[in-house]
Design a protein around this ligand. Structure first.
Ligand code: PLP
Length: 475
């Protein structure tokens, strides 16, 4: 059969594999088929085996040179159509059973399908038209203006661009900090996203890791202590507006106060990593404000998370004065080089523009309220079922004990770290889906644990003794 997947297995298996999609193959391999190939680099994490370096070649659709008569027989076209149709089915199923990553899958961009025929590229600076005319800068700047207004920076005072993802926003924000203070030390809590530490490595910056509280929030006391050990060097601080695992929000106001009181006035740069919560927090009543009225240098957010774009993208906003100081002109582009990437996805601004226009401030506010409500519902249901769970005050990320069965974790695409897992409640996560998830978890769990012989795990170290429902802490 043309385009069979897999290599080196028996003919029967080979044929069976050809009918399967990667996801299904994955499942079969865990049942024992070619199992040895999967665990190329097993490492342990919190007592669990983590599988790195999966041999994806066993699960791919090989690209094969077309046969000379393919055009005539139409066989190749029919084959590709069938692969794509099956793949689509998998996507539908996987989308329906997704809870672990902060992606809002509730969208309809049918109106934009007419634009997929164009090679839209916003290479260069959003505010300076380059020689390449097939761009969407007019939409990009409209989106950036919207975000600058949200975070209270005047049009003539801000600069920004639509990035490829939240990671690129962090790489950019930290670069701007480093260019502003070349001798500066990067401070970030241990629960910061790994891209922050990647930035430190890439830019060869000295990086000081700061402890966190049980909530996942940066420990301000530890921050101050570490700051005072390095009084001679400016501080570049990554502030989490929602940590990846626990959804904790660092106390921006207290951090600024500490910096100023510790002798760092005018010698610090703050990058706010708002990948998920950067666009939720402005709509949470009584939440502290992320605003450029405070002495922050940059804010970044992912566009494919709460905002709900179907492709990875993000928004980065900083102060124009910082950019003027470090960017350079590129004759070839007839533009300025101040972005991390060269070519930039010109479709992403269209999706962002479309969704901002559709929802507006009020639409986002409603969606945030729904997410927070549903997150509380999930937490309460878990606790009622005797499952340890935690939900930070400003967050829709529900943290709970890591399910024992990896199959269950994969089925619901849960993100796990050590002994905990989380569900990020996004607008696409309905009460019905949460009920299905909890019902299934409760049923499975009754087989995993037995009160005396095999008790449920203690996760007090991750979520606190008061929230842990293990046998020891329930007493
Ligand atoms: C706090 C935080 N920062 C940055 C990122 C990276 O965002 P992206 O996946 O858009 O690169 C994430 C992703 O989950 C995140 O949670």
């Amino acid at each position: 059969m043309v385009g069979s997947v897999g290599n080196g297995c028996s003919v029967v298996l080979e044929e069976k594999r050809a009918e399967l999609l990667p996801e299904e193959l994955d499942h079969h391999q865990h049942e024992g088929v070619a199992n040895g190939k999967l665990v190329a680099n097993g490492v342990t994490n919190g007592g669990k085996k983590m599988v790195l370096g999966r041999n994806m070649h066993t699960m791919c659709f090989a690209v094969k040179e077309p046969e000379s008569d393919d055009e005539f027989t139409g066989e190749r076209e029919a084959f590709m159509a069938s692969v794509l149709a099956k793949y689509r089915k998998t996507l539908v199923e996987r989308t329906n059973h997704h809870l672990g990553y902060p992606y809002n899958m509730d969208f309809d961009y049918e109106a934009l399908s007419q634009l997929q025929y164009f090679c839209i590229n916003n290479l260069g600076d959003p505010f300076i038209e380059s020689n390449y005319g097939v761009h969407s800068r007019q939409f990009e700047v409209g989106v950036l203006d919207w975000f600058a207004r949200l975070w209270e920076l005047e049009k003539h005072e801000y600069w920004g661009y639509i990035t490829n993802c939240g990671t690129e926003g962090n790489l950019h924000g930290i670069l701007v900090g480093r260019e502003t203070f070349p001798e500066g030390i990067l401070y970030a809590s241990t629960e910061s996203h790994y891209s922050v530490f990647k930035a430190a490595r890439m830019y060869r910056m000295q990086c000081v890791k700061v402890d966190t509280l049980i909530s996942g929030e940066i420990d301000c006391r530890d921050f101050q202590a570490k700051l005072l050990q390095n009084k001679d060097k400016p501080a570049i601080l990554n502030v989490n507006i929602g940590t990846t695992v626990k959804g904790a929000v660092d106390d921006l106001d207290l951090l600024i106060q500490i910096l100023e009181e510790s002798g760092f006035k005018d010698r610090f740069y703050i990058h706010c990593d708002g990948a998920l919560f950067g666009l939720m927090m402005p709509f949470v009543k009584r939440a502290p404000k992320v605003t450029f009225k405070k002495p922050i240098g940059s804010v970044s957010v992912s566009g494919h998370k709460f905002v709900g774009c179907p492709m990875p993208c993000g928004v980065q906003i900083t102060r124009l004065s910082h950019i003027n100081a470090f960017s350079s002109n590129v004759e070839y582009l007839a533009s300025r080089d101040a972005t991390i990437m060269g070519s930039r996805n010109g479709h992403a601004p269209l999706f962002l523009w479309y969704t901002l226009n559709t929802k507006g401030y009020r639409g986002f506010q409603k969606q945030v309220q729904k997410c927070l409500r549903n997150a509380h519902y999930l937490k309460d249901r878990l606790i009622a079922a005797g499952i340890s769970a935690m939900l930070n005050q400003l967050s829709s990320t529900v943290v709970f004990e890591r399910p024992k069965d990896d199959e269950f974790v994969r089925r619901w695409q849960l993100a796990c770290e050590g002994n905990i897992a989380h569900v990020v409640v996004m607008p696409s996560v309905s009460i019905e889906k949460l009920d299905e998830f909890v019902d299934e978890l409760v049923e499975k769990r009754s087989n995993w644990y037995h009160e005396l012989m095999n008790p449920s795990p203690c996760i007090a170290a991750d979520i606190g003794q008061d929230k842990c429902l293990c046998a020891l802490h329930m007493k």
